[in-house]
Design a binder for this molecule. Structure first.
Ligand code: THU
Length: 129
């Protein structure tokens, strides 16, 4: 149920470390086996080192052995709800384009597939290995 995933994303959003942008982002990534992995943005005084919430969630998932995913909820206080940045789209694409992406903001939500957010993607098969 996505209400549960939204709650998980909102909970981890509260733990965002974002003293520079003050833009809190929480992500909850649901694996096909039902496990949910959370991530928040982590900023640095060396600004360019910042890591987004979505990539933190993906890293936690992969570190726990999950590689197949159903959905990701990205929670912000923005309106319209903020969609994942290009770098996060690309890293998520590594694990499949069928992922459902749900952005929840201050008042509304938006939904896409990752395929719709990242047309003509560079994917593992693009390497032709
Ligand atoms: N941010 C994310 O966590 N995810 C995104 O998809 C876009 C941006 C973070 C990075 C930075 O800490 C803050 O939002 C403002 O860019």
């Amino acid at each position: 149920m996505s209400a549960e995933l939204v709650r998980a994303a909102r909970a981890v959003q509260q733990r965002a470390y974002c003293p520079y942008s003050k833009f809190r982002v929480g992500a909850a990534l649901e694996a096909v086996d039902g496990r949910v992995f959370g991530g928040c943005n982590v900023e640095s005084a060396s600004y360019g080192l910042t890591i987004c919430a979505e990539r933190m969630a993906l890293g936690a998932a992969v570190a726990a052995g999950a590689r197949a995913f159903k959905r990701i909820v990205v929670a912000t206080d923005a309106e319209p709800p903020a969609s994942p940045c290009g770098a996060c789209r690309q890293l998520l694409a590594e694990f499949g384009l069928d992922l459902e992406v749900i952005a929840v903001g201050a008042k509304s939500e938006r939904r896409w597939t990752l395929a719709a957010l990242l047309p003509d993607p560079f994917v593992p098969a693009s390497l032709g290995l």
